[in-house]
Design a binder for this molecule. Structure first.
Ligand SMILES: [Zn+2]
Ligand SMILES: [Zn+2]
Length: 478
């Protein structure tokens, strides 16, 4: 096309983004500027959406600077996409600061901020903000309710969550959709109310999808309910027989209770239909470059150093109770071999790399294309404690904010407030405050990251993690 105007560029960039070609949409944005076409608000919004999808914080910040420079940030629509970008990059403080400074907030801006708290595990803040929104006379819609249900799920606030679920129908006449049911079922499943969760799923008006059953299966594994788990496996594999992650989850359920016959049966089923486990990979942005890692990786010049770093971290965390959980290794191998495989997991490499390459109290932000395994989850909690740094992992289900030996998705309470001094005693152990929380400051305690719980499937569907290896994304100095 000879004369491309901003309308044709917008259409092209949005088209790439909608088709999952996130990196390409960002390249187009740059090309548009190179060719002398001034990006419009719509094109700039697409950039924020792409950054949110990639969890590319430095690039998102660069785009934010650009939007400020050209005077776009007062736009309510673009503003919401900035809040969303910061929240999905795990930088909830920046999301809140921008939200507070946004002059014209509409119901969408409030909803995006509430959902941001929800996906990051700040249940308390989400509820406070929801109440504030209602106080401003704004009407919540189905999306607002999804955000608040995620937040309740995350914070383990089951009673409140069920009340909001009822309010949605009775107070606002909104018909819950699949995502809302998924959230409520997950909330019940995660606190061990498995039978109630199963009942909600079986009674829902729509046909439950694979994500809902998969969340229930994960809960069965956590709470060791093999009996219900087996029923769920059958439903799940009947519904989506070619999704490798379901087989992995099923195999994990059997392995965690030593049912090796079950593990073999599942693995054979996978073999019969020629299904391969999705390769797990993690990536981290260091100095504006994205580095990716696959399990057992040694492609980087720093691979040897990364391995040594992990071994030294492992030694330290063993000193405070780390016991490697080899049930995360599905292969039938010797114990030593399993330990070696565990050490090579991509998220451990990415965390080690982040610690090697950054200093001070900078947060370590890692993304993973599949669910973080149980062993890496335990290890990351303890690493956050021994190095005194916050580690944020975004997997394909949720954010994990690891801090001081705990994760924002933990269901159990910290042992005592003296060992974990950030508990807000007024509202219970599952109701923590974020660093920006005024309530945290009032109580005179160091404000802390929220500890709580949050759903999965509904949010996961909003986070299209790239299914391919991310290419190196070089950020031009802004
Ligand atoms: Zn792992
Ligand atoms: Zn977690």
């Amino acid at each position: 096309m000879e004369d491309k105007d901003s309308v044709s560029w917008n259409a092209l960039i949005a088209g790439y983004l909608q088709n999952g070609l996130t990196q390409e949409s960002l390249q187009l944005f740059r090309q548009m500027q190179h060719e002398g076409c001034e990006p419009s608000i719509i094109a700039t919004t697409s950039v924020f959406m792409a950054c949110a999808e990639l969890s590319a914080l430095p690039l998102g910040q660069e785009a934010h600077c650009y939007a400020l420079k050209v005077g776009f940030t007062a736009d309510t629509f673009l503003g919401s996409s900035i809040i969303d970008m910061y929240a999905k990059c795990g930088s909830i403080e920046h999301a809140r600061t921008f939200f507070d400074n946004l002059k014209d907030k509409d119901a969408v801006s409030w909803t995006v901020m509430i959902t941001g708290y929800g996906i990051n595990g700040f249940g308390g803040e989400a509820i406070d903000l929801y109440n504030e929104m209602e106080g401003h006379g704004l009407k919540p819609d189905a999306f607002t309710y999804l955000g608040i249900l995620m937040a309740c799920n995350h914070a383990g606030l089951v009673e409140e969550g069920l009340r909001y679920f009822e309010d949605m129908k009775n107070k606002h006449g909104l018909e819950p959709k699949l995502e809302h049911y998924a959230c409520v079922a997950d909330m019940l499943g995660r606190v061990g109310k498995l039978a109630e969760a199963a009942r909600i799923i079986e009674d829902m008006p729509e046909e439950p999808d694979g994500r809902i059953w998969s969340a229930l299966l994960a809960a069965c594994r956590t709470h060791g309910d093999i009996c219900l788990g087996e029923r769920v496996i059958e439903k799940l594999l009947e519904l989506e027989p070619d999704k490798a992650e379901h087989y992995v989850l099923a195999s994990n359920l059997y392995a965690s209770s030593g049912r090796w016959d079950g593990v073999r049966r599942i693995r054979n089923r996978m073999k019969e239909i020629g299904l391969q486990k999705d390769p797990g990979f993690s990536w981290i942005d260091v100095g504006g470059r994205v580095f990716d890692f696959v399990s057992g990786d040694n492609r980087l010049p720093e691979s040897e150093e990364i391995h040594r770093m992990w071994c030294s971290l492992e030694e330290k965390i063993r000193g405070i109770g780390y016991v490697p959980d080899t049930s995360s290794v599905l292969h039938e191998k010797g114990e030593e071999e399993k330990l070696k495989m565990l050490r090579g997991h991509s998220e451990k490499q990415a965390i080690s790399f982040g610690l090697l390459k950054t200093s001070g109290n900078k947060k370590i932000r890692v993304c993973k294309n599949i669910r973080i395994c149980r062993d890496c989850h335990n290890a990351a909690k303890l690493v956050s404690k021994v190095v005194g740094r916050e580690i944020i992992v975004r997997d394909n289900k949720r954010f994990h904010h690891f801090r001081d030996g705990w994760c924002s998705c933990d269901v159990s309470c910290p042992p005592s407030s003296s060992e974990f001094p950030h508990v807000n005693p007024k509202v219970g152990c599952r109701y923590f405050r974020s660093p920006s929380s005024s309530r945290g400051r009032r109580s005179g305690r160091p404000a802390d990251v929220t500890i709580g719980r949050f759903l999965t499937s509904a949010a996961a569907s909003n986070w299209p993690v790239p299914s391919h290896q991310p290419v190196l994304l070089v950020v031009e100095p802004g």
